[in-house]
Write a protein that binds this ligand. Structure first.
Ligand code: NI
Length: 203
């Protein structure tokens, strides 16, 4: 192997080791992946719901999933999108039971199951809040190409916010990715996209 080849090999080894460690990708990178469908989106997760029950992605087979990552202290974007998700379910009427909305926290330290229980019920009785260990949350977020990072807002460990990308993912009855709604999508628009999917024959 040439000297350049060896260096290239070393460089590859180093960068892949680094990539293995750096689970967190930038917001721009995750956006790019989603925009151009560069990598698969979604995947298995094992978390705890707001009633304290263990949940995995497999629990929701046979239903469309609306998957949203955020956190309860989010001042603006999360509540707006969760409200739109709740309204979408209301507009779906009886068909709402074929759609499972999931709110996965990116702030598991503060968003305990008890805390999520108080929060998700504000938006819709069918909304399930999910939390877990930071590793489990990170794994789920990586699978969905969600960027999130803690940002200090003052002195002390408790003073922080969480930067995060806020897409609403639509998954099919087999848990496969269909597409995403950007933040701020209206309930009416979501309904337009979801209705035909519900009419599609079940495999
Ligand atoms: Ni948010």
């Amino acid at each position: 192997m040439s000297r350049a080849g060896r260096w290239f090999g070393l460089w590859l080894a180093l960068t892949s080791a680094w990539a293995g460690h750096a689970a967190a990708r930038s917001a721009a990178e995750t956006m790019d992946i989603l925009m151009w469908n560069r990598e698969p989106v979604g995947g298995p997760f094992a978390l705890t719901d707001h009633t304290g029950k263990a949940r995995t992605d497999r629990d929701f087979r046979g239903e469309l999933m609306l998957v949203y990552f955020g956190f309860t202290y989010c001042p603006d974007v999360c509540p707006t999108d969760l409200m739109a998700i709740g309204q979408t379910l209301d507009l779906l009427g009886a068909d709402a039971e074929k759609v499972q909305p999931l709110f996965i926290t990116v702030d598991p330290e503060r968003d305990t199951a008890e805390h999520l229980a108080d929060y998700v019920t504000l938006f819709h009785p069918r909304l399930i809040g999910l939390t877990g260990g930071l590793d489990a949350i990170r794994e789920a977020a990586d699978a969905y190409k969600v960027y999130f990072a803690k940002v200090a807002t003052g002195k002390g460990d408790a003073n922080y916010t969480v930067d995060h990308t806020a897409y609403i993912y639509l998954m099919d009855r087999d848990g496969k990715y269909l597409g995403f709604f950007p933040p701020g999508t209206s309930a009416e628009r979501m309904l337009e996209i979801i209705r035909p999917r519900l009419a599609a024959p079940q495999r």
